[in-house]
Design a protein around this ligand. Structure first.
Ligand code: ADP
Length: 560
């Protein structure tokens, strides 16, 4: 280590010393300075045996020869148990090179029987030259630096302990479990760290302004802790514990130490260590380690609190989600029950009306008046529409009961289109006209005729219903890409892209300004797609809002 230049500036030193140079040249003064110096001063001759020609009182006191005379003896002899070769080589180097040697904090054993160094010395060895310039003597000045060295070592040890305290406590960040066991483990770690018989965390409760030792403790009995529960604790209080909590006081007594336990400005309480297991009691280092431990423990505690709050929030969310799911399952059951009930209750009255219309149509009820005859086809169409509606409801209920079975036959899809359209002919208003375009060769599929008709009826019915301003409704039936297809195109309200998936869900209706007044159940497309998929096919949609839509039923062609 080099000295700072302002200290070791030779010119400055010379000018500072110049007023005293005359007195300093006085040999008596020099002898006096050396003799009375608290540093050990010894001078040896530049001879292989290194005989001592001078030593001062301090050196005599430290040298391990007691009161026996030192002068005239070899320097090497004085420190028999020391590293003699190191001593010899140091002196030889100074003598040969003429350059001083400085050694700092060299470990040193005071007694030959000691195995470990119990002292540390810093020594400087200066060459002294004779008139011919050759080194004739070496002057050594040594200082006992044991205290500084030990102090430094202790500081390092404290830092080490503090770091290990932080590391050990940080491990509790990941420990799960209830608060008492958490505090218990943390207290045990801290007790071990500061060599305490007992350790307790005191948690401050701002609600009722009390402080209580936590159930998770180390070394206390439960009875003792019960006594230390809900003690009054207020800002401005004079009790030592109150002052630890609110004024950052550190209490250090023979048998106990208490330090604040806080995370930033959040005052959690206090951390106390009681009864040192060392006879010397708690040291300053223990207090520092306890402070570090309290800081780390506060962070760990805050972290746990945040974790617990998060877990509680998640639990609450999960419970509410579970409840919502249960409710929607219950609602689904209610809907299914309603579907069954509605279809059952509607069928009876409807078959009565149907009977009467048939009788009016075939004249069983006598001749029909001129004003009634033209509306009979419309009545029939509306009746079929209602019938279709009830069929949809019945089918949906069946579908949910898994009671739906397809009656599969080879059939021409063109016939299905014709049958569906036939039933719907009276429905379109003046503004609509149906345009059908079916392929020439038969479009043969294996399917359930009445279910396929139901799908087509629904698609055409929707095309009419959702083009309230009228327009052309086109129905095509052909084969393409190995599929049989029926496409129904309208120029109606169309469907926004984001709504398209919802069309096919149960009760999925899209109500816009244009469609608000139109009746419907939201079951038709749900059923259509489901039935199509049971045939190995699908119902898909293409649409432009405001321009119209095309719904396509596609079915696999049977192997020829
Ligand atoms: P709904 O009984 O309501 O007609 P559907 O399942 O047949 O039930 O149809 C579901 C929804 O899809 C309808 O409410 C409507 O918003 C929309 N939709 C069906 N077909 C068309 C179409 N051709 N044009 C525009 N929207 C349609």
């Amino acid at each position: 280590m080099s000295l700072p230049s302002h200290v070791y500036d030779p010119l400055r030193i010379a000018s500072a010393l110049s007023p005293a140079l005359f007195s300093l040249g006085d040999p008596d003064l020099l002898v006096e300075l050396l003799n009375s110096n608290p540093a050990g001063v010894v001078m040896v001759e530049a001879d292989p045996d290194l005989p001592v020609v001078y030593c001062n009182d301090s050196f005599q006191r430290w040298a391990p020869l007691g009161d026996r005379p030192i002068l005239g003896r070899s320097m090497l002899e004085l420190f028999v148990w020391a590293d003699r070769s190191a001593v010899r080589s140091t002196y030889r180097t100074v003598i040969q090179t003429g350059v001083p040697i400085h050694r700092r904090s060299v470990p040193y054993r005071l007694r030959p029987q000691d195995h470990e160094a119990d002292g540390y010395w810093s020594a400087s060895h200066y060459p002294l030259r004779g008139p011919n310039g050759r080194v004739t003597h070496v002057l050594s000045i040594s200082v006992d630096v044991t205290n500084q060295t030990v102090g430094q070592a202790r500081l390092q040890e404290t830092q080490q302990r503090t770091l290990s305290a932080l590391a050990r406590i940080a491990r509790h960040l990941t420990t799960a479990g209830q608060a008492p066991s958490f505090f218990n483990e943390l207290s045990a770690t801290i007790a071990d760290l500061v060599s305490a018989e007992r350790v307790a965390f005191w948690l401050y409760d701002p609600e009722d302004e009390t402080i209580s030792a936590q159930l998770g403790h180390f070394g206390f009995t439960v009875d003792e802790l019960q006594l230390a529960s809900r003690l009054p604790c207020r800002p401005g209080g004079t009790d030592p514990l109150e002052r630890v909590v609110f004024d950052d006081l550190i209490v250090v007594r023979d048998s106990d130490v208490a330090v604040p336990w806080k995370a930033g400005d959040h005052r959690l309480g206090a951390l106390g260590a009681y009864n040192s297991t060392r006879s010397s009691g708690f040291t300053d280092e223990d207090v520092r380690a306890l402070q570090a431990a309290a800081t780390a423990a506060a962070l760990v505690w805050e972290h746990r609190q945040a974790d617990d709050a998060l877990a509680e929030m998640r639990e609450r969310e999960t419970t509410s989600l579970r409840r919502q799911i249960e409710q929607s399952i219950e609602l689904e059951h209610l809907k299914t029950d309603f579907l069954k009930l509605a279809s059952h209750e509607l069928r009876g009255p409807l078959s009565v009306v149907r009977g009467y219309i048939s009788m009016m149509e075939d004249g069983t009820l006598g001749p029909v008046g001129q004003s009634v005859a033209p509306v009979l086809p419309l009545l029939r169409a509306k009746l079929d529409e209602m019938n279709q509606l009830i069929n949809e409801i019945v089918e949906t209920a069946r579908l949910e009961d898994s009671a739906l079975e397809l009656q599969l036959n080879r059939l021409d899809l063109r016939d299905v289109v014709q049958a569906a359209l036939h039933a719907l002919v009276p429905l379109p208003g003046a503004g609509h006209h149906l345009v059908t375009c079916v392929a020439d060769p038969p479009v043969t599929v294996v399917g359930d005729g009445s279910r396929l008709r139901m799908i087509v009826t629904n698609l055409v019915h929707n095309a009419i219903k959702y083009s309230p301003k009228g327009g052309e409704v086109g129905v095509t039936c052909d084969m393409e890409d190995g599929l049989a297809r029926i496409a129904v195109t309208d120029h109606g309200v169309g469907i926004a892209a984001e709504d398209r998936d919802r069309l096919f869900t149960r009760f999925g209706r899209i109500v816009t300004r244009e469609t608000a007044g139109l009746p419907g159940t939201g079951l038709g497309l749900y059923l259509a797609r489901d039935l199509a998929r049971r045939h190995g096919g699908d119902v898909t949609v293409q649409s432009e809002p405001g321009l119209g839509s095309t719904f396509t039923l596609s079915l696999p062609l049977p192997p020829s």
